[in-house]
Design a protein around this ligand. Structure first.
Ligand SMILES: Cc1cc2nc3c(=O)[nH]c(=O)nc-3n(C[C@H](O)[C@H](O)[C@H](O)COP(=O)(O)OP(=O)(O)OC[C@H]3O[C@@H](n4cnc5c(N)ncnc54)[C@H](O)[C@@H]3O)c2cc1C
Length: 329
């Protein structure tokens, strides 16, 4: 079975994360082009039912289920996955460039002395070679990267870069249980509390629409009109670092170089100037709308649609218009 394409899937609370379906969609295409089989790996505690779900998406599913893996830990996940990959010797390992993927995949690649291309926005076969596309220089341009050598290659793909497509017919993959072999002594960190996201708030990296607010919102109270617009659009709420540093929103809302990298269908930036570090997190959004009262604000250089206006007037107007449109449907 050596030489397969492996996908390291992600789950939360026993539910498969959408990033897994995105990566599996691309992996199906690549494994077909390479003429190899596709294997999905799911890891955690109580994740056996996901093995069945994933069997529709891959030729084989490895399930690593252990109480020691209930919470993500660098040590536990690296040990369990490192053992599986060493035994199976895949040709290519794909994962999401999510918070987990960013932490885990470079470590696994180093452990297996493999090549690694991180945070790719695409991956294709060109003249028999795997070529990845990676945004560089704060997303100002893209580099085409091909990995050299015979060893296993690791590639992480950013969330929302691939549109997930169900297989035409379920692939009926064989589900294989794998011993985790992780003991409490292996875990150098202890999770004392898991802070859940706010109920009803859509996760930024999974959202099709994001409405973000910056320093221009002038505070918690000012942010409310941004949140109302987001709610009406069924969108996730984002924030610039200034809004996060000021304590108006938690860090989990931050978009940018030191926050989350997002690529939604629609990104609405309100009261955000468009600093390069913010653009690094949202430039690949399909459509960008900027609302800013300064016509010279740099955000307008990347925006597809610009509204030069006071956000406290523009956001409620937009919300009202969307409400009316929805009422007509
Ligand atoms: C190492 C490093 C990492 C960083 N990482 C990040 C990151 O991940 N994410 C990030 O966002 N930043 C990051 N930054 C900070 C970044 O450089 C900017 O300081 C920050 O993005 C600015 O946030 P802002 O646009 O909300 O604020 P400002 O730059 O102050 O812009 C506020 C904007 O609001 C507009 N405005 C004001 N009032 C109104 C109104 N009533 N209606 C409409 N518009 C209005 C103004 O015209 C202005 O354009 C980082 C910086 C460094 C050095």
């Amino acid at each position: 079975m050596a030489g397969e394409v492996f996908v390291i899937c992600e789950q939360a609370d026993g539910k498969l994360k959408i990033i897994s379906n995105e990566i599996l969609t691309k992996a199906r295409e690549i494994s077909a082009a390479l003429g190899t089989e596709l294997a999905a790996v799911i890891i955690g505690s109580g994740v056996e039912p996901l093995g069945q779900e994933l069997s529709g998406w891959a030729n084989k599913v490895f399930v690593i289920d252990s109480p020691q893996l209930a919470n993500y830990s660098t040590d536990g996940y690296t040990k369990a996955l490192g053992k599986l990959l060493t035994e199976q010797q895949p040709k290519l390992v794909l994962s999401g460039a999510s918070s987990q993927g960013r932490d885990l995949i470079p470590r696994l690649a180093a452990r297996m002395k493999g090549g690694f291309a991180s945070n790719c926005s695409d991956l294709n076969m060109e003249n028999g070679r795997l070529v990845t596309t990676r945004p560089v220089y704060g997303e100002k341009t893209y580099a085409q990267v091909a990995l050299k050598g015979e060893g296993v290659q690791f590639i992480s793909i950013r969330p929302k870069a691939i549109v997930p497509v169900d297989p035409e017919t379920p692939m009926g993959g064989q589900v294989v249980k794998v011993e985790a072999d992780v003991t409490p002594e292996d875990l150098k960190t202890k999770v004392v509390e898991v802070l859940k996201g706010i109920e009803g708030i859509i996760e930024l990296t999974e959202a099709d629409i994001i409405v973000s607010g910056g320093r221009g919102t002038k505070g918690d109270e000012g942010f409310k009109c941004v949140e109302e617009l987001a709610m009406e659009l069924n969108a996730a709420i984002g924030a610039s670092r200034s809004a996060v540093d000021a304590g108006w929103k938690p860090h989990s809302f931050q978009v940018g170089q030191t926050g989350k990298v997002v690529s939604p269908q629609l990104y609405i930036a309100t009261g955000i100037s468009g600093a390069i570090q913010h653009l690094a997190g949202m430039r690949t959004s399909k459509v960008i709308v900027a609302i800013n009262k300064d016509p010279e604000a740099p955000i307008f250089k990347v925006a597809d649609y610009g509204i030069v206006a006071d956000l406290f007037k523009a956001c409620p107007l937009l919300t009202e218009e969307i409400r009316k449109l929805k009422a007509q449907q």
